[in-house]
Design a protein around this ligand. Sequence first.
Ligand SMILES: NC(=O)c1ccc[n+]([C@@H]2O[C@H](COP(=O)([O-])OP(=O)(O)OC[C@H]3O[C@@H](n4cnc5c(N)ncnc54)[C@H](O)[C@@H]3O)[C@@H](O)[C@H]2O)c1
Length: 510
Amino acid sequence: MADLFNTDKRIRLGIWGLGRGSAFIKAARELNIDVVAGCDVNPVMRDAFRKECPEAFITDDENEFLNYKDMDAVLIATFFMDHAKHTIRTLEAGFHVMCEVTSFYTPAEGVKVVEAVEKSGKVYNLLENYPFTKENMYLAKLYKDGFFGEFQYAEFEYLHDCRSLCYCYNMPGAPTVEPGYTAHSWRSWLNFHYYNTHSLGPLMRITGLRPEYISAFPEAIPLPGFLPGSGMSKPCPSLIKMSNGGIMRNMCGATTGNYHNGKRFWGTRASAESLDHGLRMRIGATGEGMRTIVEPQWPELAELAENAGHGGGDFWELYYFAREILTGEKAPWDIYNACDVTLAGIMAARSTDNNGAPMEIPDFRKAEVREKYRSDNYCWQQPFDPDKIFPDGHDTAITSNFNKAIYNIGKNSILLRKAMDGAVLYPNIINAAEKLEVIKNLNAASAVLDELENYRNMADKIINAYPDSLAAEALRSMKTLSEPEMNDGAEILAEKIRETIKKLLEADNK
Ligand SMILES: NC(=O)c1ccc[n+]([C@@H]2O[C@H](COP(=O)([O-])OP(=O)(O)OC[C@H]3O[C@@H](n4cnc5c(N)ncnc54)[C@H](O)[C@@H]3O)[C@@H](O)[C@H]2O)c1
């Protein structure tokens, strides 16, 4: 695509953190971007990257990576709380930066990142992709054209049950975290309020408004199977006052109903909602207006965006970044917008620590405001160290099975719950295809019962050896998902499932 930006100049990109980072290789190929280097401390990630980019310079050493001079820009997709440190190092090494969400972990780090960007004169973009789905770009265009009138109230959701990702790598095939007795470095415990960009980000981009105040109550009820105290285990709703006085409910977290991109949006002239039924609009400037479902289209470059995968969002992030470097036209997520969304997450966590008290979201565009936060090192108190979920001196011959056991109990319990709970609902399910799915689920669950039993036994060995450990508590909790059914053992349950299928089908045929 040499003529996309009216130039044949190309950008040589290095990727730092090759899990999520590697997801951009495909989209880069569609733009003027060559992936020339990759860095990851984990050999599993490096090997997968090498297959995709055999010509690239690949290293496990960040110093060596930043010393690689045949590079113009770096995409940072390292651990969540290291982004500020890595951004500053990369800018100082003379490269443009694209950084995964979020930009920094404490307000004080935010001040340093802003100053580093301003000093460097380099392009900095936050890699927040959800605003660039087809649906959200369409809503942004309508809002800009005045279709919705003034923003009044919205509910945006990023609900993602990341339970399995506490124990496995986020890559195809989901290998469990090595060496087996440590949990994922941040996904196992982070307060989900920090991961707010996929829900607040779209509203900010659709309306052009910034968040000013935020309030969030602490949530007490976790989903089973997380390590105790994990901030990733709960729904994390917050209320945000936007800069025009409108309000949003930002809902991120883990629940039993994922809505990765759910939304309800009210303007003074029209409203829109999208959960999982397409984009439904209500028009007529009244609560009783006409309802209609519409199919959004890309504003431009449809084919390229479609081919890039990830709902198109990854394509647009890279597109805006390349465009800013090659033509100077500003990208949406500059450092200041990145600060707005990142600080909203930090202040939500601070609000939960203060029983829901409203917190101001400072505007880091203003140097005098930044000054007040220069020494503000607030962060939500980490509930445990994911490297220390067993007591010191634990027997690794036993504990190295922890991730394998908990991950596979979780995976197979999901099949079992879908099957058994589906059987409960079966007589009341209206849709024939869904009824068939329940029967298929019952058969699929039957096929994994022995495996589930093996992993439950593996878990029991760990629990018996270290009953008071955090790991044992998580295992006991994950096991409840396959109870009471598995209490009688796989063989008896398999027989019960056969009977259940027979009864359900017989009742259907009456
Ligand atoms: N926008 C999105 O849709 C989206 C999706 C997934 C992840 N993310 C973000 O991407 C980032 C990475 O997430 P992930 O899913 O790949 O999981 P992850 O955090 O496990 O991956 C980080 C990778 O960086 C490597 N790494 C960490 N520190 C390093 C260092 N100093 N030098 C070299 N390598 C290092 C790790 O070995 C790991 O492979 C996170 O910040 C996450 O928030 C965003």
